[in-house]
Write a protein that binds this ligand. Structure first.
Ligand code: SAH
Length: 211
C-alpha cells in the first residue's frame, strides 16, 4: 500500500478520478526507486532512477492516466518504461500493457519489479519506442513518457480508430506540452493541449538488443 500522504497530496492538487487514485494507492512508489531515494518516494516530485533518467512526478502520472481514461483489458502501449511505475499504474487499472524501453538496464530492472504481481498482462521490450510495437497494434491507448519534438507518425498509425495518445511534445531542453491526440479516422486526428511539462527527451534510432 502507498504512503497515504502521497494520495492526499494528489487529491489536494485536484486529481479526482477514484480509479486512478485507487490504483496508485495500491502500489508503493518506493519500490520503483533506488534505496537511497526511498524516503522521498511519497513526495509529489520527480526523482532520479539512474542513467540520467527520472521517475515522473506522481501528479503528472495521475493526470496522464486520467487523460487516457483506461478501461480494464484495454491494450496500452507505453514508450519509456523507466522505473516501471507508470506501467504498474496502468496494470493496476486492468490494462494489457506493452512497454518499450531503450535502455536495457532500466528495462530489466522494471521487468523484475513488475513480473510477480502483473506478469500475466505485461509485455516488455528493449528497443526504440519510436517504432512502436507493430505486431501488437492497434492499441486503445498510447502513452509517451519521454518527449519527442513531434509525435512520431508511426505511433499515431498504431492507434485504433477512437484510440487516444497522451504524451509530452517539444524540444529536449525547452518548453514541452502534454497533449492528448484522438484518432477519429484513418487520417483524422484531434489534438488537445493539456498543460506545460518537462520530460527527458525521446531518443531516436538507438535500437537495443531484441530487435
Ligand atoms: N514511465 C517512466 C518514466 C521514465 S523516464 C516511469 O514511470 O518511471 C523516460 C524513459 O524513456 C527513460 O527511461 C528513457 O530511457 C526512455 N526512452 C527515451 N527515449 C526512448 C525511446 N525512443 N524508446 C524507448 N524508451 C525511451
Amino acid at each position: 500500500m502507498e504512503d497515504p500522504r502521497l494520495i492526499e497530496a494528489l487529491r489536494a492538487e485536484g486529481i479526482r478520478d477514484e480509479r486512478v487514485l485507487g490504483a496508485m494507492a495500491g502500489l508503493r512508489r518506493a519500490d520503483f526507486i533506488d534505496a537511497g531515494q526511498r524516503a522521498r518516494a511519497w513526495r509529489d516530485e520527480a526523482l532520479p532512477i539512474g542513467e540520467g533518467q527520472t521517475i515522473s512526478q506522481p501528479y503528472v502520472v495521475a493526470r496522464m492516466t486520467e487523460a487516457l481514461d483506461i478501461r480494464p483489458a484495454e491494450r496500452v502501449l507505453e514508450v519509456g518504461t523507466g522505473s516501471g511505475y507508470q506501467a504498474a499504474v496502468l496494470l493496476a487499472l486492468g490494462a494489457e500493457v506493452y512497454t518499450v524501453e531503450v535502455r536495457p538496464t532500466l528495462a530489466e530492472r522494471a521487468r523484475a519489479r513488475l513480473t510477480e504481481r502483473f506478469g500475466e498482462h505485461l509485455h516488455t521490450r528493449v528497443g526504440d519506442g519510436w517504432l512502436g510495437w507493430p505486431e501488437a497494434a492497434p492499441f486503445d491507448s498510447i502513452l509517451l513518457t519521454a518527449a519527442p519534438a513531434e509525435v512520431p507518425r508511426t505511433l499515431l498509425q498504431q492507434l485504433r480508430l477512437g484510440g487516444r495518445l497522451v504524451g509530452p511534445v517539444g524540444p529536449a531542453h525547452g518548453a514541452q506540452e502534454l497533449v492528448r491526440i484522438i484518432r477519429h479516422g484513418e487520417e483524422a486526428f484531434d489534438t488537445e493541449k493539456l498543460f506545460a511539462v518537462r520530460f527527458v527527451p525521446m531518443t531516436r534510432g538507438e535500437a537495443g538488443p531484441g530487435w
